[in-house]
Each structure stands twice: as structure tokens, then as C-alpha cells.
Design a binder for this molecule. Structure first.
Ligand code: EAX
Length: 323
């Protein structure tokens, strides 16, 4: 008799638990600490997905600071989403490399405007032919040079420096053209390489320098703002195409929430970053000879014009709000 009651109870429990069993786990990775511009974006995505799907989808956020590996895992489907800088994306979706051209974007409003425009949406659509889903443009920020050897005021100060770059041919060409020694590597290898002196310096946006305490392994920061670094939320096609239209709309809404949280955090980090990094002991140079950097990069720019869609480059440069 008691057994029957227990099985009944178990049967009942199973019936009640049925919804949880129907829950789908979704993995999203990114390369940075939780307390970062990627971290807040990922959390906004998770919370919005779980709210709009009443918990039918549960998002697990994990850190993988090898962005190329994370893109590969999203492509083959061992995870469903990743937030990554465009650094290694060009190796998968070459159309995006045009966005990595130094000094292409004037400021955050220009960059965000272009990425939210038809230009950005057309580039996102290119991901599907490469076995990926370009869900939304997010943001890493304007990149700046740091190093442990000397203050950088102009291109001459970069000459001969061993600079870690992302695995990105556009960035590597730029630093070669400046006479530096670019060393491409994944973010996961950066701090040990700086600690061991394998490289003298690196370049990243202030939000990344702050979130990863790069002040602990770098002495000098110069606000070169030499390139805008987009980020992108990428999805796995098989997972994405299985979503019904209501759930797809929920994931797209979540992506919008992620973009907003991410950009707001970049804006906040840009406002507080210099003071914070000085307090942490870094020597920060705010004024650099941007015109000299642009002039020194002119030969590289000519090559980019030949290598990429020159008309698209011009469209990006000419973009204005409302255009
Ligand atoms: O996307 O690799 C880099 O320097 C990136 O800026 C970092 O992984 C964040």
C-alpha cells in the first residue's frame, strides 16, 4: 500500500516536473570577466530569454577567452552562442574585415550608427553562408596602445615595439606599417606573454584594460583610439533555425537588450577609465598625434582600398545620422 502511494507521489512529481524537463539549456560564452561590457550584455541576454520564454530556455554563461575556439564551437554546435570581438571573425567571415580598418570610424556615434544601419545588417547577413548566424552587432570599443617600455605620443614611438595583436590580418598590416613587430595571439595567451616579456605591449579598448586589470602588466597607456573594435553576438544555425517564430522573436529581443547593456557599459567605462587606471598606477597619455598616425598608415590604407570593397569603405566614411 505505502509503496503504491510513493509511486503515486513519484508519478505526480514527475507530472509536475514535466515543464522543467522541457527546459532547453543554451550555452553562451565570451572572453571577459562577468564584471565587464561583455558580461553585462550576456546577463541581459540571459535574463530576457528566460523571461520571454517563461523559463523554457535556460542560458548558461561561460568564459572562454580564446575567441577563435568559441566561434568554432558555435559553428559546430557544441555551444549555441558566443559574444566575440571581430578580431578573429574575419577568418570565418572575411566580409567583416573591412570594419577592422584603422581610423575608419570617427567616434562611437558613427560606429554604432553604421552597424545599426543597412551596412551593418548586410554584413550580419553574410554570416549564414559561413555556417554561422550573425545575430547582432555589439561593441568592444576604440582600441588604445599600452606597453611597458615607453610613452607613445606618435607613430615613431611604436617603431620596434613587439605588440600583441588579435589574430587579424588588417590589424597586423597596420602595425607592420607603423614599424612595430605585431605578434598575433588569442586573448587567453596575452597576460602570460606580457608577464614574460614575449611582447612589450598590446592594444585594447579601455573597458577591456579595466575589466582585466591590464594595469598590473602594463605601465603606459596612450589613447591612440587607432581602431574601433566591434563585437558580435553569433549563433549556431541548427539551433537558431529550430526556433519557432515566437521564440526567435524572444531571442532577438534578448539580443537587443544585450546590445543596450553592452554599449551603456562601454560608455560608462570610457568616462571613468582614465581616472581609474591612473589610480591603479598607469601612466596615461590622453593626447597623441593622431594625424601623424593616420599619415603613417596611408600605405596600409591604400592596400585596404585595393583589398576590400572601396565603395563600401567610402559609404562607411560618408555615413551620417539619417543617411
Ligand atoms: O574581445 O582579443 C582581444 O584583444 C579582444 O579585445 C578581447 O578578447 C575582447
Amino acid at each position: 500500500m505505502r509503496l503504491t502511494r510513493r509511486f503515486l507521489a513519484a508519478g505526480l512529481a514527475a507530472a509536475v516536473a514535466a515543464p522543467a524537463a522541457a527546459q532547453t539549456n543554451v550555452t553562451l560564452t565570451h572572453a571577459l570577466p562577468l564584471d565587464s561590457h561583455y558580461g553585462v550584455g550576456a546577463v541581459a541576454f540571459k535574463e530576457t530569454v528566460e523571461r520571454l520564454t517563461n523559463g523554457r530556455y535556460r542560458v548558461t554563461i561561460q568564459r572562454n577567452d580564446n575567441e577563435r575556439e568559441a566561434i568554432e564551437a558555435t559553428q559546430i554546435g557544441t555551444q549555441e552562442f558566443t559574444i566575440t570581438s571581430t578580431g578573429p571573425v574575419g577568418n570565418f567571415v572575411p566580409d567583416t574585415l573591412v570594419l577592422d580598418i584603422p581610423f575608419l570610424f570617427r567616434d562611437y556615434a558613427h560606429a554604432r550608427g553604421v552597424l545599426d544601419s543597412a551596412i551593418g545588417q548586410d554584413l550580419l547577413a553574410k554570416f549564414s553562408a559561413r555556417g554561422l548566424v550573425g545575430v547582432a552587432w555589439m561593441e568592444n570599443g576604440f582600441r588604445n596602445v599600452t606597453n611597458s617600455r615607453r610613452e607613445v605620443a606618435g607613430p615613431a614611438d611604436v617603431q620596434g615595439l613587439k605588440i600583441r595583436t588579435m589574430e587579424n590580418p588588417v590589424h597586423m598590416r597596420a602595425f607592420q606599417t607603423l614599424g612595430a613587430l605585431p605578434t598575433p595571439m588569442a586573448f587567453s595567451e596575452l597576460v602570460p606573454a606580457l608577464q614574460q616579456g614575449t611582447v612589450d605591449g598590446q592594444e585594447n579598448p579601455i573597458p577591456v584594460i579595466v575589466a582585466n586589470n591590464l594595469n598590473q602588466v602594463q605601465r603606459y597607456l596612450s589613447l591612440t583610439r587607432h581602431v574601433y573594435s566591434p563585437a558580435v553576438l553569433i549563433g549556431n544555425p541548427a539551433f537558431w533555425n529550430r526556433l519557432n517564430s515566437a521564440d526567435k522573436a524572444a531571442f532577438q529581443e534578448a539580443a537587443k537588450a544585450a546590445v543596450k547593456a553592452n554599449r551603456d557599459r562601454v560608455t560608462a567605462d570610457e568616462q571613468r577609465g582614465v581616472t581609474l587606471l591612473r589610480e591603479r598606477g598607469m601612466t596615461v597619455r590622453e593626447s597623441v598625434d593622431t594625424a601623424a598616425f593616420q599619415a603613417a598608415l596611408a600605405p596600409a590604407f591604400e592596400q585596404y582600398r585595393r583589398q576590400f570593397d572601396a565603395a563600401l569603405i567610402q559609404r562607411i566614411i560618408d555615413w551620417k545620422p539619417g543617411s
